[in-house]
Ligand binder design. Structure first.
Ligand SMILES: [Zn+2]
Length: 571
């Protein structure tokens, strides 16, 4: 069918429709041709994430910006001889999805080293290592990432003895999916000089067996004892990792990754790749702090919206504690399944206090990792102190929008403080559906009332931003959307204690993946919803995730990704 005939049919169809789309809703329906657009998407359903008109049928983009959102018949005015018109054939358009917490190069490196996602047990882990060792020259390091023992039977950490069986000569170091623990074999422990008499550094732990010998497991900061001996990646490796993460992200429908930490070298590489046009994905980048790269950002000030809004660097990443899986999350009371420990703080609060005040004065956003209820309370206290240390007018002018990365276990008394202080909860739906398998053991039932408390936070007025923390999780928008609305694992299971009433509605989950992360990046007037004047960023899915069953969400795939009006991925 030609476009012309199709347009006519569609106009006739619309003549009989009730007045769903009016000029009052869309503002731009007029008569006569408009300036021709560069790109038109039509023939599908458009979810705008804009409360004033949540659903439309067509969009048009000129010079990277949205010029029309509305009915199918109204968009024909924007069609010129040069316009690329894409017929959606019933597919569904969303504002470009944003992963609000990802590790950009880490995702690329996961693609390049031994990817241990989905490992089913110790035997499976050992088999994967054995096959990698077989293709690695003797004495060279074998590294990998992605294992999670909480799904295994028996549910135990791997040890150096497991790995020694298949790798007596190659040093092996395998990072747990969450990045907060790793297992080394004996060859790696020898190189690192870790013995029964080794003591762990502050913020870390070296696990030992009943005989006092190291098991191979190193927790949080103790990972550096091994990690510092692994040869650094060269510039070509890093460039390749960036290429891989770019391709993978655009294919999945991500239009921006908010990169939780890193260095000025990363910034230089991104500038080079944006400059030569070989990298299209938006990156909202944080730098690691409080020392090192963060100090230079304080001195030089923020970088905002370079390369047509693709690159901003205005955030510093801090850490307060570890993770729940490895019992590194700092809790107010002891772990229910390990009554001698309350977890650990990975930063001394006094080392952060002066930094926070200076960041606020310089207009630098702060995002801080906090998982346990003790760490989350400390984060809110530290932010509150910093806000109180500057004049109210300066605070209002700087509009801090500081973030709490993870916000996993919060004492219910602290939940209202997020809105009161303007702190943004940056949360990972996929963590919630992984944690439901072991968090009740770690925490007991009482503390679950403040675990992943999405509904309570959103109802209080908080804008939750959803991220995957990839490579900690797989990093796929459909997994995050599903986890947010289902609050069940990928097989549809949930623990009865896991507060189903805290799930997000689909509209909330959509905003948590689009409009709210745009706000958290100070970009809500530029993108995040499909509104005239904003950048033309779209993710087009092959099913309508706002209406299909939960299980079908996981089968839905991205078919088209558009950034600044440019088609950057097409299936
Ligand atoms: Zn992270």
């Amino acid at each position: 069918m030609s476009h012309l005939i199709k347009n006519r049919l569609s106009e006739i169809a619309h003549a009989w429709r009730p007045v769903l789309y009016t000029s009052a809703l869309f503002g731009v329906v007029g008569c006569g041709p408009a300036e021709p657009a560069d790109l038109i998407l039509r023939g599908g359903t458009v979810y705008t994430a804009n409360d004033d008109s949540p659903v439309a049928e067509a969009v048009a983009v000129t010079d990277g910006r949205i010029v029309y959102v509305g009915s199918e018949s109204g968009v024909t005015r924007y069609e010129g001889p040069e316009t690329e018109v894409l017929d959606l054939t019933g597919r569904t358009v969303f504002p470009g999805f944003v992963d609000a917490h990802a590790h950009v190069l880490g995702i690329g490196f996961r693609e390049m080293t031994l990817n241990l996602e989905g490992t089913t047990g110790i035997d499976d882990l050992v088999a994967k290592v054995a096959s990698r060792v077989a293709s690695t020259p003797s004495g060279e390091w074998v590294t990998g990432r992605g294992w999670i023992e909480t799904f295994w039977e028996p549910r135990r950490f791997p040890t150096r003895h497991d790995l020694d069986k298949v790798s007596p000569n190659n040093p092996v170091f395998l990072t747990r999916a969450d990045g907060h623990a790793g297992v080394a074999n004996s060859a790696a422990l020898r190189i690192a000089g870790i013995t029964r008499s080794s003591t762990p550094p502050f913020g870390g732990d070296i696990l030992k067996d009943q005989a006092g010998e190291p098991t191979g497991m190193v927790i949080d900061r103790a990972q550096g004892l091994v990690g510092r001996h692994i040869p650094n990646r060269n510039a070509d490796d890093i460039d390749r990792a960036l290429t891989l993460v770019g391709e993978r992200s655009l294919m999945l429908g991500w239009t921006q990754l908010q990169d939780a930490g890193g260095s000025w070298d990363d910034v230089s590489l991104l500038r080079k790749r944006y400059g030569d046009g070989s990298f299209k994905l938006r990156v909202y980048k944080a730098l690691s702090g409080p020392s090192g790269p963060a100090q230079r950002l304080l001195e030089e000030g923020p970088i905002i919206g370079e390369f047509d809004g693709r690159l901003s660097v205005r955030t510093v990443k801090l850490y307060l504690d570890g993770a729940l899986g490895s019992r590194g999350a700092a809790l107010l009371a002891p772990y229910s399944d390990a009554p001698k420990t309350t977890g650990l703080l990975t930063s001394e609060p006094d080392s952060i206090r002066p930094f926070l005040v200076r960041a606020l004065e310089r207009g630098i956003q702060v995002e801080t990792h906090a998982i346990g209820d003790r760490a989350n309370r400390l984060l809110l206290d530290l932010y509150e102190e910093a806000f109180a240390a500057v004049p109210e007018s300066l605070r209002a002018e700087k509009d801090p929008r500081w973030r709490d990365e993870h916000t996993q276990i919060v004492d219910p008394a602290d939940l209202p403080r997020f809105v009161a202080l303007g702190v943004i909860p940056s949360m990972q739906p996929s963590h919630a559906i992984g944690d439901l398998h072991f968090a009740p053991d770690r925490l007991g039932s009482d503390r679950l009332a403040g675990a992943y408390a999405w509904h309570t936070l959103i109802t209080s007025g908080a804008k939750i931003i959803a991220g995957s923390d990839a490579p900690v999780e797989r990093g796929e928008p459909m997994i995050e959307f599903y986890a947010a609305v289902a609050r069940k694992d990928l097989a549809g299971y949930s623990d009865s204690l896991w507060h189903p009433e805290q799930a997000m509605t689909r509209q909330e989950a959509l905003k948590a993946l689009t409009l709210w992360p745009a706000y958290a990046a100070f970009e809500e007037s530029e993108r995040g919803s499909i509104v005239v004047g904003k950048w033309g960023d779209f993710s087009v899915l092959d099913a309508d995730i706002m209406t299909i069953s939960e299980a079908e969400i996981l089968k839905t795939t991205n078919v088209l990704t558009v950034i600044n009006g440019e088609v950057v991925y097409r299936r």
